[in-house]
Write a protein that binds this ligand. Structure first.
Ligand SMILES: Cc1cc2nc3c(=O)[nH]c(=O)nc-3n(C[C@H](O)[C@H](O)[C@H](O)COP(=O)(O)O)c2cc1C
Length: 389
């Protein structure tokens, strides 16, 4: 049956992937409260549509870091994409290029960053994890030499969040065929057939001398980041990288201001899709508290499953959203075709929301189209002007 929304693609991904892989994709940290709150945050806002507006010309495009995108979205960096579909990184990048939105390649990609630069097309951003300083330096250099447009430095994974689904499933890197995976794989023949043919994924960016030093190998094996990574170290990367640069994973207003002061082009407000510190604030909530910051772009992510979610984020001041699991559900269900379906669904729903709002363009979308719900009072409140009737 054709998927008509992201939840349909999610269902399909659940049916297609072995349990261990599905849980890695869909799960969050600890009690998964942030995973849920990320979605709930959107429900706190309702639309206030305007009527009788001339809507013959609708322009849903939006500038992201100075260049027009077809709609205000970017494909988020996600690691181990080949677990969901062989050459998953390429499938995501190509679908993003086809949709005219940027794609962000993760440090933990399955294909090397040079391969993506050569074969994907479109606007390419590179996401950096600082696992070890020398290794980080060499990854930045490689991204620079291959022409990535923007460097996205992720700051919210000093250690991995405690993901209990992964612990129960004994999810570990490198992923190997173990009895539980073989058993589960037998019930997911499509997935297993693809992996018998293509092999299980590897980390594609670490086949260099810098990744083979003793310290780098130890850091990679422990799956922990460089614990000494701080503002000064970030500034050194800023000096090394001549292009656009965003800091991902910040939520505190002072951190956001610090990023602006040190010459970043913007931030991605994010709690890592609820996969890191459970009970973190949602990016949407932080967004509502920020003053306008001209010349400094605020992107956000977490829980984007509807085009109307994108409309709310943009109305609250985001220049774009990052799309994480929504694109991965598409990828897991049918590769590049599925990612394309996910992006088309979100784009169509976003356009539909704008038209129904009576808002002719992304540029005109603002807070005046939203109303924040207050908790329902126990007794019905009668508007003062109606009391005299
Ligand atoms: C399977 C998976 C892998 C991820 N890997 C990375 C990564 O390598 N680097 C990174 O910065 N964020 C990573 N993230 C976080 C996403 O970039 C993004 O912040 C998050 O998925 C947004 O929430 P959403 O999935 O609810 O849209 C990952 C998320 C998922 C679901």
């Amino acid at each position: 049956m054709k998927s008509i929304n992201i939840e349909d693609l999610h269902d399909q991904a659940r049916r297609t992937l072995p349990r261990l892989v599905y849980d890695y994709l869909a799960g969050g940290a600890l009690d998964e409260r942030t995973l849920k709150t990320n979605r709930d945050a959107f429900q706190q806002w309702q639309f206030c549509p305007r009527r009788l507006v001339d809507l013959r010309h609708i322009d849903i495009s939006a500038p992201i870091l100075g260049e027009a995108a077809a709609f205000p979205a970017v494909v988020a960096p996600t690691g181990l994409n080949a677990l969901f579909w062989p050459e998953g990184d390429l499938a995501l990048a190509r679908a993003a290029a086809h949709s005219h939105i940027p794609f962000t390649l993760s440090t933990a990609s399955s294909l090397p960053l040079e391969h993506i630069a050569q074969h994907a097309g479109g606007r390419l951003w590179y996401q950096l994890y600082v696992i070890e300083p020398v290794l980080a330096q060499s990854l930045v250099e490689r991204a620079k030499n291959t022409g990535y447009e923007c460097l996205v430095v992720t700051t919210d994974v000093v250690v991995n969040g405690k993901r209990e689904r992964d612990m129960r499933n004994q999810f570990a890197l490198p992923v190997r065929w173990r009895p539980s995976l073989i058993w589960d794989g037998m019930r997911r023949p499509g997935w297993s057939w693809r992996y018998l043919k293509h092999g299980l994924p590897v980390l594609g960016n670490f086949n260099t001398p810098e990744a083979k030093t003793k310290t780098a190998r130890a850091a990679l094996l422990s799956r922990a980041m460089d614990a000494s990574f701080d503002w000064e170290a970030l500034d050194r990367i800023r000096q090394q990288w001549p292009g656009r640069m965003l800091v991902k994973g910040v939520l505190h207003p002072e951190d956001i201001r610090h990023c602006q002061a040190m010459g970043m082009d913007g931030v991605v407000l994010s709690n890592h899709g609820g996969r890191q510190l459970d009970d973190s604030r949602t990016a949407l909530d932080v967004l509502t508290e920020l003053p306008p910051m001209p010349g400094f772009e605020i992107l956000m992510d977490g829980g984007i499953r509807r085009g109307s979610d994108i409309a709310k984020a943009v109305a609250l001041g985001a220049s774009a959203v990052m799309i994480g699991r929504a694109a991965l559900y598409g990828l897991a269900s049918s590769g590049q075709v599925g990612v394309q379906q996910a992006l088309d669904i979100l784009q169509d729903e976003y356009r539909n929301a704008l038209i129904q709002l009576g808002c002719p363009s992304s540029a005109q979308l603002g807070r005046q189209y939203l109303h924040r719900n207050t908790p329902s009072p126990s007794l019905p409140v009668i508007h003062p002007s109606l009391e005299t009737l």
